[in-house]
Design a protein around this ligand. Sequence first.
Ligand code: NAD
Length: 253
Amino acid sequence: MGRLDTRVALVTGAKGGIGLATACRFLREGAGVCLADIDGNGAATAAEELRRESRNVLAVRLDVTDGAEVEARVSEAVERFGRLDILVNNAGITRDALFFEMTDEDWRRVLDVHLTGAFLCSRVAQKHMVDSRYGRIVNIASVAANGNRGQANYSAAKAGMLGFTRTLALELGRYGITVNAVAPGFIETHMTRTMAAELGVKFETFVAEAAENIPVGRAGTPEDVAAAVSFLASEEASFINGQVIYATGGPTA
Ligand SMILES: NC(=O)c1ccc[n+]([C@@H]2O[C@H](COP(=O)([O-])OP(=O)(O)OC[C@H]3O[C@@H](n4cnc5c(N)ncnc54)[C@H](O)[C@@H]3O)[C@@H](O)[C@H]2O)c1
């Protein structure tokens, strides 16, 4: 018996990194999983790989900032699996710049993908969850919510995710729906690879330098984050609501 047997999850931004590791983990724990990503081909390729382990996989192209697309793709997932129990708001981007150089587009797009995306996906998902009086929403925040140089947009979006998480927890708890966040620290993914490239630093050097400031002495992996998400998405976490788990390898400020 898997911890998530009979459950159905939708993970946004799931073609790689933390989203894909979470989808893999959910599948291994018995859930049906819908991989949603703005890169539909990337999601389809990832789903093809996962089908070697389980047939319970669906891949859809979804831009989380488009409300009509969110409605349509969530309906598709519910039609395919018959229900929706778990939503992971993981889709994300960075558009880093020092504040004085940050453009309107840098600001708007980052807030749109993280915050508006989580809002639109959660609003559609909660309808199905309220109907079945059961749900788990896990928002992927970041330690950058505490402030990070060059990330005024990203930091504001991730801090916003925390207030959003707590408010949904207050409103939806009575329907058997819990809403929590996981705030990762430095994780080795495409996102941090891109940051290294933008800074002109070799990725291995970037990772090694980050690890020097992490108490457990290493950078995080997508699977480290997936483990925390999977716990919050499970039935046994039913009394944990409106909380943040920091997956950072050490205490944070
Ligand atoms: N990597 C880290 O160190 C780190 C740290 C803290 C938080 N996070 C957060 O973890 C989440 C996953 O990031 P990752 O590190 O795995 O990076 P990633 O770049 O591998 O994953 C992000 C995914 O989101 C998708 N995406 C982007 N815009 C989208 C949109 N409009 N609609 C749907 N999908 C969209 C991308 O195609 C990509 O697959 C993000 O929310 C990120 O902010 C990452």
